[in-house]
Write a protein that binds this ligand. Structure first.
Ligand SMILES: [Zn+2]
Length: 137
């Protein structure tokens, strides 16, 4: 995917980057399937020399695999890392604003439309100029 600038970003761009929805309820295994109980199975994927291990709940009858919330979040982080390494993350360029005291920038409304004042922001420092910002609703 090519990088997009400023207002060129659309809702479509954002949703196509989401691989799956993580259920808000704590999804915990083992999950029932085929009138049986699934069992834990270790899996791994590798990308550019990085090996990532995760676990799924496996049904021995139909071969279906289920991800619990924790593993789904870990896998999602790995996919983010994968896109970061391939330089395939959607990039939005914004102008820096300054109100005399604080620097700030605005998020596109396509991203912020479902945020609320009750949401909190978790900022992880990668380098002094690079951050990982997570909106927690
Ligand atoms: Zn099954």
């Amino acid at each position: 995917m090519k990088n997009k600038k400023n207002e060129e970003i659309s809702e479509e761009d954002i949703t196509e980057e989401v691989h799956f929805e993580i259920d808000k309820d704590a999804f915990k295994g083992p999950f029932p399937c085929c009138n049986k109980t699934t069992t834990k199975k270790n899996k791994s994927i590798s990308h550019r020399g990085f090996e990532f291990h995760y676990g799924v709940w496996h049904c021995s009858k139909c071969d279906k695999e289920y991800l619990d919330t924790e593993q789904a979040k870990r896998l999602e982080n790995f996919w983010v890392l994968e896109r970061l390494l391939d330089d395939k993350l959607i990039t939005i360029k914004r102008s820096m604003n300054f109100d005399g005291k604080t620097y700030f920038f605005r998020f596109p409304k396509e991203l912020s439309s479902h945020w609320s004042r009750e949401s909190s922001v978790k900022i992880k420092l990668l380098t002094p100029e690079k951050f990982l910002v997570e909106i927690q609703s």
